[in-house]
Design a protein around this ligand. Structure first.
Ligand code: KIV
Ligand code: NA
Length: 265
């Protein structure tokens, strides 16, 4: 297994090879993803929604992120594992940001961190980078700021916000971030940003003019029926498949069809 590093991603961009990234929060799915050849696994704070059932990403804690990330790391032979710094662990002051970053790196064994925001968190990003920890940026729809936005609709449609996003993207590259996620922004803007940077831009709902794509694994597997944004392609209808399997199991147990003679000692 040749390990993917933050450097491999820049090389992929310069060679025109798109980067494939998906989320994972546990050992078993991370192992499948890694062996399937995924480039980057994101231990996203979307675990707050997907794993814990919270309405937003805000409640998940540093300890919970470390639990998810360490579970993922135990499965990995090849993929680069990026871990989200959760809300409240890096915004208040750069020293706290660095402490949070160091805790994730030491206690989970993750390879890199992702932080939401641009100029506002510049000092935190700098400190973390100075400690030798690779940082991935995240601009556009940044779910930790959902109460500021009020909705999960497309960001940066207006010129002022688009301009700030472009400036933030350039700043993140200048600071030394190794990649940037752009979430739910117009594809034309995302393409422009990707073309203006040498570091890879990884999109989610940001069109195909960027350097790679990320989706939440549970969404692309079709595990939930409700969440259905335009950018989501479902590769399986796992909700239906799982429901069918569970119903069959229940039927079999009730009918004393399971376990059969062959399935007992
Ligand atoms: O937490 C997450 O899953 C993310 C991706 C959607 C980029 O940040
Ligand atoms: Na996230």
């Amino acid at each position: 297994y040749k390990r993917i590093t933050v450097k491999s991603l820049t090389e992929m961009k310069s060679q025109g090879e798109k980067i494939a990234m998906l989320t994972a929060y546990d050992y078993t799915t991370a192992k499948i993803l890694d062996r399937a050849g995924i480039d980057v696994i994101l231990v996203g704070d979307s675990a707050s929604n997907v794993m814990a059932g919270h309405e937003t990403t805000l409640p998940i804690t540093l300890d919970q992120m470390i639990y998810h990330a360490s579970s993922v790391i135990r499965a990995i032979k090849r993929s680069l594992v990026v871990v989200d710094l959760p809300f409240g662990t890096y915004q208040s002051d750069p020293k706290e940001a660095l402490r949070s970053a160091i805790r994730i790196m030491k206690e989970s064994g993750g390879h890199a961190l992702k932080l939401e925001g641009g100029k506002e968190i510049k000092e935190s990003i700098k400190r973390i980078l100075h400690a030798g920890i690779p940082v991935m940026g995240h601009l556009g729809l940044t779910p930790q700021s959902i109460y500021k936005f009020g909705t999960y609709t497309v960001r940066a449609k207006e010129e002022a916000e688009a301009q700030k996003l472009k400036e933030d993207a350039l700043l993140l590259e200048k600071l030394g971030c190794f990649a940037v996620v752009l979430e739910k922004v117009p594809s034309k803007l995302a393409k422009e940003v990707a073309e203006s940077l040498t570091i890879p831009v990884i999109g989610i709902g940001a069109g195909n003019g960027v350097d790679g794509q990320v989706l939440v694994m549970h969404d692309m597997l079709g595990m939930s029926k409700e969440f259905s944004p335009r950018f989501l392609r479902r590769y399986l209808d796992l909700h239906t498949l799982m429901t069918g399997a569970f119903e069959q199991y229940i039927t079999d147990v009730k009918a004393v069809d399971f376990p059969s003679e062959d399935e007992q000692y």
